[in-house]
Design a protein around this ligand. Structure first.
Ligand code: ADP
Ligand code: ZN
Length: 725
């Protein structure tokens, strides 16, 4: 009799599935999570990808047996198709993509048993005060977890164990703790005003009808987008199906979870990089079993094994943080749309500043649009003015212009808050020797060292290298000759403290965040008015609601422009619009002041005139004329090596091997804007193709004929690249 054979995909950087024999008596079907032997690694967890009715007879004898099957629900064909699709599109190996779906660590399997304790037999002969306290506690007849009981009675675990040994207490197995409780879709439905009402109705209908659709909820900051998409979520909960709400990682702070809790009565399950391994494993299993109804998560939540996913919401869909840039390079917003189409479910994209891609899709009717043009409760959108730094700038060595300082002063006098925004971490981006002009540079990268005074370190933002400031200039040996050049948030903090000596100032910057909990606390403190001035990087741009914040000063509005990134204008517009949108969300008029050297730049003009449509129209026209996304397709290939010569040589050979195609242009190789990172020299190729061209297929053919990368040379393909450094 022929042995059954299955092909198993394993979560390592391999594209092909391996064949294994199925031992007698083991029931297996595609999707089952199994343990298999794998080379020198010993054993690994994998997933049955397919039956293999015609295994290659030549390898039949060398084939190994499946070791066993895990007691978890199988990965549905929907998820397996998605994994194949993402791998094919991004040119990642399927094993690497599978790894994202199996991110539950080694804790796979039935939940760890929880042991409870309750009153058992008679009290022991030898009593102590500690024992008395414990027995007193249990006199109420309740069952408690052992640790909880010890804590409540104020004794050590040993005391509880002693009482168990002597039979005074007995142990029982507790049911596993739930990851989340079922949300109540009708708990706290808000009363919608006119525009919201129609929007909420439309979303409810979209979700209740089901099927694959993409809806862009496009509403100005403070218009109630969250409340509106919650109606879609409520409808999906009523249908008994699971919902995924994707957020940029940093937005997964308290406020959004609290709002969910206020609306639905329970906290959603969370999924992000900071979960403990145990919570990760329990959440994974609870999502697979269908116990969890709603997941609020960062991009990797797309790969969870939902039992019955019925709706995906992508909040702040324009956010660049949705692009993953290590391992498999994928864009979570785009892949959410793909997952929605495979699962045949609605996808909702929400933003006050949609990506140009989504805006074009909405204009062309490929996406439905739900528009919320007004702020909730009659709040006004902030008025925005430019401060022309060429004429009204601050004195040398200062960064806050007199006009901005005045505005901050007046805001604080009214008892309101001000935000000074500068998208630059640290004290100063460059440190220079005044004696000889020498600049302190990273020894491993083509980058300046950034002065971080709070930490008293000079840090490379590319590789993390850090060092104390040297005593003397390494070049001319002058002492006390170092001068900071340019501002970072820490330097701005110093300037604000000089200008407003008795005000409470908070610096918010990702490098200063000790933990998600701490950040949540600080954001709550700002919302509660416990600070007067916030100095922040883009950490403060996202979704937060600060009722007392009425002035936003953009310290360097030009910072993101002109860095050679085709999305520079779009990014700057989105970021500044979002940041200024933090102002005036409740009482009073919000004001945004942009310090700029280019007040006539289209981005500044659109912001000042509040003319979003004008910005999109001109940006879309530019993209169309130049064939940039979404009117054309791009892929980048980044070649790195230990020495410049090897990197450049391989990049040239690679470019030369490109299959000829009338529609495709291969640009480069060119040295990357950041030419060295971590001691590796970098070259780039850019591949441009028309919109409907199968770029992934073309790249795959190319890689087959491409020369082998030897020695230290590495090459990374990025389809739809977002970063061009
Ligand atoms: P957006 O996501 O568009 O910036 P939010 O959903 O955060 O807007 O809404 C802004 C503020 O207005 C929030 O505090 C929200 O709770 C409140 N809000 C919006 N719509 C309503 C409503 N219909 N009833 C009560 N509060 C609302
Ligand atoms: Zn470095």
């Amino acid at each position: 009799m022929a042995t059954r054979v299955v092909d198993v995909l394993v979560p390592v950087a391999l594209d092909q599935a391996y064949s294994y024999r199925v031992p007698e008596g083991l029931e297996l079907a595609p999707g089952d999570v199994v343990t298999v032997p794998l080379g020198a690694r010993g054993e690994t967890t994998g997933v049955v990808w397919a039956e293999n009715p015609n295994p290659n007879p030549r390898i039949h004898n060398r084939m190994k047996d499946v070791v066993g099957k895990h007691d978890v629900p199988p990965l549905k064909s929907e998820l397996r198709t998605f994994i194949d699709w993402v791998a094919g599109y991004t040119l990642s190996s399927r094993g690497m993509v599978l790894r994202m779906a199996l991110r539950m660590g080694e804790h796979l399997g039935p939940a760890r048993e929880r042991v409870g304790v309750r009153l058992g037999g008679p009290p022991p002969a030898r009593m102590t005060t500690a024992r008395t306290r414990v027995l007193h506690l249990f006199a109420d007849g309740m069952t408690r977890a052992k640790g909880d009981a010890a804590k409540e009675a104020g004794v050590s675990i040993g005391v509880v164990d002693g009482l168990i040994d002597e039979g005074a207490l007995e142990t029982v197995v507790l049911p596993p703790e739930k990851v989340t409780l079922p949300p109540d879709p009708d708990l706290a439905k808000p009363e919608f005003f006119l525009g919201q009402l129609a929007a909420a109705d439309a979303l409810r209908t979209t979700v209740s009808q089901g099927g694959y659709t993409v809806t862009l909820v496009d509403g100005v900051t403070g218009s109630g987008k969250t409340e509106v998409y919650f109606e879609g979520v409520a409808e999906n909960i009523r249908k008994g199906r699971q919902t995924l709400i994707l957020m940029p990682e940093i937005a997964l702070t308290g406020q959004s979870l609290d709002r969910f809790t206020a609306r639905f009565g329970v906290r959603p399950a969370e999924w992000h990089s900071q979960l403990s391994p145990r919570t990760r494993a329990r959440t994974w299993a609870a999502v697979a079993s269908g116990e969890v109804s709603v997941v609020v998560g960062a991009r990797s939540a797309l790969f969870l094994p939902y039992a019955d996913l019925g709706l995906i919401v992508v909040d702040e869909e324009h956010d660049a943080a949705y692009k993953q840039e290590d391992g498999a390079h994928y864009h979570a917003r785009d892949m959410a749309v793909v997952r929605g189409s495979i699962a045949k479910i609605p996808v909702v994209l929400a933003s006050a500043t949609p990506s140009v891609e989504s805006e074009v899709n909405a204009r062309r009717g490929r996406y439905r649009r739900i528009h919320l043009p007004e702020r909730f409760g009659g709040a006004h959108l902030p008025t925005i003015e430019a401060i022309d730094m060429r004429r009204e700038g601050p004195p040398r060595g200062r960064f806050i212009s007199p006009k901005l300082a005045d505005a901050v002063g007046q805001t604080l006098e009214r008892g309101e808050q001000a935000l000074l925004f500068l998208n630059r971490r640290g004290f100063a981006p460059l440190t220079l020797c005044r004696a000889c002009g020498f600049r302190l540079q990273c020894p491993h990268c083509d980058a300046w060292l950034v002065d971080h005074r709070f930490k008293k370190r000079l840090v490379c933002h590319h590789c993390g290298y850090n060092t104390a400031q040297p005593e003397a200039c390494p070049n001319c040996h002058a002492t006390e000759s170092f001068a900071p050049v340019g501002p970072g948030v820490e330097r701005l903090h110093q300037e604000a403290a000089d200008l407003f000596p008795d005000k409470r100032i908070l610096v918010l910057s990702s490098d200063l965040v000790e933990s998600m909990e701490r950040l949540r606390q600080e954001l709550d403190d700002v919302a509660a008015g416990r600070f007067d001035i916030v100095v922040g990087t883009q950490l403060v741009a996202k979704g937060h609601h600060f009722p007392k914040l009425n002035l936003v000063g953009i310290v360097d509005a030009d910072l993101g422009l002109g860095n050679g990134d085709p999305r520079a204008a779009e990014r700057t517009f989105q970021l500044l619009h979002q940041v200024v949108g933090r102002a005036g969300r409740e009482e009073g008029r919000g004001v945004g002041l942009l310090q700029t050297h280019q007040p006539d730049h289209p981005v500044m003009k659109a912001l000042i005139l509040g003319d979003r449509e004008a910005f999109y129209s001109s940006e879309i026209a530019l993209r169309e004329a130049s064939g940039y996304p979404p009117f054309g397709r791009l892929a980048s290939m980044v070649i790195t090596a230990d020495d410049r010569h090897a990197a450049e040589g391989y990049a040239r050979a690679l470019a030369q091997s490109a299959p000829r195609h009338d529609d495709v242009r291969v640009l480069g190789p060119a040295e990357a804007p950041v030419a060295v990172v971590r001691g590796r020299h970098r070259f780039r190729l850019l591949v441009k193709a028309p919109r409907d061209f199968n770029l992934s297929g073309y790249l795959r053919e190319w890689l087959v004929v491409a020369p082998k990368a030897r020695g230290s040379v590495r090459m990374q393909v990025d389809v739809d690249p977002q970063s061009f450094f």
